[in-house]
Ligand binder design. Structure first.
Ligand SMILES: Cc1cc2nc3c(=O)[nH]c(=O)nc-3n(C[C@H](O)[C@H](O)[C@H](O)COP(=O)(O)OP(=O)(O)OC[C@H]3O[C@@H](n4cnc5c(N)ncnc54)[C@H](O)[C@@H]3O)c2cc1C
Length: 437
């Protein structure tokens, strides 16, 4: 070690003071483990601050009603290894999360769709509570340390962690156990630049190609500027090779680059993975979700019969967003006939309208970038981790928690829930291992 290097040893070092790292540190300390955190930022949980529009949607209690909470909860998660999240969620699910935050001093409240937030409705209070919990337990956090490399040795100490500090001096930390809680690639300004993937890969792990999740979609459509700002309540379906691979319902919003809104964010991970495989991806939207195709035909036939004397454009007033009408006319090829009456509509044009209202198809060209995404789909391959403990099968003493691994959740508090659950379980598993359980 040269004279500019500082060195500290802890039983457990946790890289990353995000949701999973904070939960792991507090839990580990409570179980008698000498834990410390290394964080590149100058404060804990920078990303948590931005969550839930500044209110932090901590978890979601809508799955916590039945007898098998964990099974219902596990359906909100995605991974190449579908069953991987369940044993983690069985150990630390929504109920335990609510109780745990209460014991830390943070009561939660439930708002829309079971989404839970801190009672203060301020994300900052989640971090303040964690900082207080770390202080209460004397858990050191080495801020402004960017981990550049981790060296594993079968001897003691097992892990040597090499960091760059703000003074350009290198800091070297050693530990017997290491938790990688470095997050994925989303919102890189909060400290997550994918360096955790590189550290894991250098230790022998494999990366499942990461793509942006919970993100808006870009569409190839010539009239996006005219559509931009239009909202509607409806279905969105992702179609690949003529198969619908996922459908979601809710408020959809056209934007000047494409499309957004809760259902689109939920659909985005499927679209992103297919685009990464260079598949052609279609988004089909249903503007009349309350009616079947047959009912739409009946409804319009009746309407056009009763109001045969009105223009086609006027026949849509009151049933769809007014701004959509000129674009639908364009799509049906009658925008050059503004005075065309309903009674004069051809069968061919009518069929185009039926299709547009139930299955309006758009070509998806891309997702927005990781900068706009809320989560990373993909990550370190979970087949290389022990189920239910999160310890690496390749490197003894290494555990992963949070978004760094190939597990991502739906929108609605499920990604933070994964951070809490996996952070807790990694710490608990290490404590069990140390006590020989
Ligand atoms: C805008 C936005 C809104 C969101 N809203 C919600 C929501 O309301 N509800 C919800 O459930 N989820 C939400 N999410 C997702 C959720 O925030 C993340 O899934 C979760 O925070 C991931 O936790 P983590 O501990 O795995 O990683 P992170 O919180 O990303 O933390 C990783 C930490 O590791 C540090 N780090 C990384 N590499 C290094 C290194 N080499 N050296 C040192 N430190 C390093 C980073 O600085 C960071 O502090 C949102 C995400 C975004 C971007």
């Amino acid at each position: 070690m040269n004279k500019n290097q500082t060195s500290k040893h802890h039983q457990l070092i946790i890289i990353g003071a995000g949701g999973s790292g904070l939960m792991a540190a507090v839990t580990a300390r409570d179980m008698g483990i000498d834990a410390a955190i290394i964080e590149r930022n100058d404060r804990v949980g920078k990303k948590v601050l931005t969550t839930g529009n500044g209110r932090c949607n901590i978890t979601n209690e809508s799955t916590a009603t039945g007898t098998d909470e964990a099974v219902a909860l596990s359906r909100k998660y995605h991974s190449n290894q579908a069953g991987f999240p369940l044993p983690v969620l069985q150990q630390f699910g929504v109920r335990k999360t609510i109780d745990h935050f209460l014991t830390l001093g943070l009561p939660l409240i439930s708002l829309e769709d079971g989404r839970m937030y801190p009672m203060s409705l301020q994300a900052a209070s989640v971090l303040d509570i964690f900082q207080l919990a770390l202080d209460d337990r004397n858990v050191p956090v080495y801020f402004k340390n960017i981990v550049l490399d981790v060296i594993y040795s079968p001897n003691h100490p097992r892990f040597t962690i090499i960091c760059q500090t703000e003074t350009e001096e290198q800091a070297v930390y050693t530990s017997e156990y290491l938790f990688l809680c470095t997050g994925g690639l989303t919102a890189p300004k909060t400290g997550t630049d994918g360096s955790g993937y590189e550290l894991a890969q250098r230790l022998g792990h494999t990366l499942v190609h990461p793509v942006p999740g919970i993100v808006q979609l870009k569409l190839d459509y010539p009239h996006l500027k005219e559509l931009s700002g239009i909202k509607f309540e409806g279905w969105g379906h992702i179609i690949v090779r003529d198969d619908v691979i996922r459908s979601e319902y809710g408020e959809i919003l056209f934007t000047d680059y494409g499309i957004s809104g809760p259902p689109i964010l939920q659909l985005s991970r499927k679209a992103a993975f297919q685009l990464a495989k260079e598949e052609s991806v279609i988004l089909s939207v249903d503007l009349m979700p309350g009616r079947t195709e047959e009912e739409v035909v009946d409804f319009l036939e009746t309407r056009w019969g009763v109001f045969g004397h009105r223009t086609v454009a006027d026949s849509f007033i009151g049933i769809i967003n007014r701004k959509l009408i000129p674009i639908l006319l364009k799509e049906a090829g009658i925008d050059q006939e503004p005075h065309l009456l309903c009674q004069d509509l051809s069968w061919k044009t009518k069929k185009k309208f039926y299709r547009l209202l139930k299955q309006w198809e758009f070509k998806v060209t891309d997702t927005n970038s990781f900068t706009n995404a809320q989560t990373t789909a993909g990550g370190i391959d979970t087949t290389e981790l022990k189920e239910g403990t999160l310890e690496s099968k390749l490197v003894p003493g290494l555990y992963l928690a949070g978004e760094v691994m190939d597990v991502d959740g739906d929108c609605g508090g499920y990604n933070l829930q994964w951070a809490w659950s996996s952070g807790y379980v990694a710490a608990k598993s290490l404590a069990n291992h140390l006590s020989g359980v």
